[in-house]
Design a binder for this molecule. Sequence first.
Ligand SMILES: [Zn+2]
Length: 230
Amino acid sequence: MDIRERQFLEKEIPHFQREIKNLYRKFDREFGLHGAEVPIKFSFEENVLGSYSPKSEMTQEHFTFSLYFISFMNKDPMHHLDKIDLYAHEYAHYMQYHYEIPQKHLWQPGKHGSAWKYCCSLVGAAPTEFYRIGEGLKKHDYEKALYNPHADKNYVLKDRRSQEQMYEDKRRRVIQYAVGEEIEHPKYGKGIIEEIKPYDRGVHLNIRFKDESKLIDQAWLARTRYKKRT
Ligand SMILES: [Zn+2]
C-alpha cells in the first residue's frame, strides 16, 4: 500500500469510528456495558481484521481494526453486514471480560470458546473464529454453536459406549497366537496357524487343518475352550 492510499484510508477514520461507536453504544445500552468508551485504534494490517486487547500491564484496553480490510479487500468493498459482523465479533471478545457469563456457557475454554460464542449469540455475531466473506449475511445457528455435548446425558452415554467399544476393539487386536502354533478346533480338529492378520476390530488367523485352510477370528478361538495346545 503506498502513501497516497494510506492517506486516503486515514481520512476515513472518523467515519469508521462513528460507525463502530454507534453500534457499540447500542450494545452497551442493551447489556449495561461501556464498550463504546474503549479506545479504537486503526491499523493497516493485511492479515488481521480486528482485535480486542484487554487491559494488561503492557497496554490499555483497546480495539484495533484494519483500515485495509474495512475499506477495501481485494478492491471489493467489504459488505456492510460483514463489517457489522466484524465489529460485533470484537465486541463479543470485549463482553467475555465484562459481562456475566452463565455457568452453563463456560464448558468450552479458549478465546473463541463457549463464553465467546454465547456473547456472539447476544450481539448477533457469526460464532466462527475465522472471517469468511458473506458470513455476516447469513443466519447463524447458535443452537448448534452453544450446544454443550457434556451436559447431554444421551451424548455422555453414547460417548461412554464408544469408549468402551474402542477399548474392546483394542483388546481384541492384541495378538494372542503365533505363527506355527498348534490349536485344536471343535469341528476341524488339529490345526496349525499359518498366518496372523490383524484387522481394525480384531485378529484373523489363517489356520491349516488337515483338509483345508480356514480364516478364523482369534476372539472366537480364545472364547471357546479350544485354546492353544500347550
Ligand atoms: Zn476473535
